[in-house]
Write a protein that binds this ligand. Sequence first.
Ligand SMILES: [Zn+2]
Length: 253
Amino acid sequence: MKITPLGVGGAFTKTNYHNNYIFQLGEKLLLVDAGTTLRTSLTEAGYRYTDIDFVYISHLHFDHVGGLEEMILQRYWNFENGHHVPLKTKIIVHEKLFHSLRTLLSQSLNTNGQVVEDFCQFVILKNEGSMFIEDYTFTVFDTTNAHQEGMISSGFKLGRKDNSLVYTSDIKRLEQANLISHVDDSTVAIFQDVSFTTNGAHATLDEVLNYYPAQLHEKIYAMHYNDNITEFEEFIQQANIQLVKRGKIIEFK
Ligand SMILES: [Zn+2]
């Protein structure tokens, strides 16, 4: 599993792009979230829209979905040797979010007699439901209200039998989301939303360290942080956690 962080920043980042990732799983590419900075971050990382096999959308904040429509349309208007070769975009979504996401996309795609399904294929997963991407298992779990009250959201677990990671997506209320229930002996990494300043929508470093048992701290990969991260380097070193950096590829067996 090869993970390319297209960006690691929060919603208002100016320097780190939105917290979106490419997971290479065998021959397949999974894009995790599609923020408004995707149009730049994807190219900078050396990928094209047409390279992507699946996109997973965790929730409907603009830094996670604001770039999705452009991606869908650019794939649909794909030309090869002068011929229109439309590529449908496969979107993995928690069943709770499906209706809202489809409605959002319908506003622009249900036009000229076409409907969303002419452009996209939804892969709808029930809570704790799984699918295979190559020989990796992708399982979604509900985190609704744990990021912000009233926000439908989900995280996922991804991996193989002896080797998997937990991806929290945006999260504030760690206990409410019961994240620890997704951690087991196979867990090699926890991709965790961490804010280094007091924040109503994202867990702070203290909240994260207090929530997870100390033996798990070295498996925490902090993401979705503010641009002024260098001010907190000392805390990060003391905390013995990993920091995900834009463009710095992470690989697991
Ligand atoms: Zn969010």
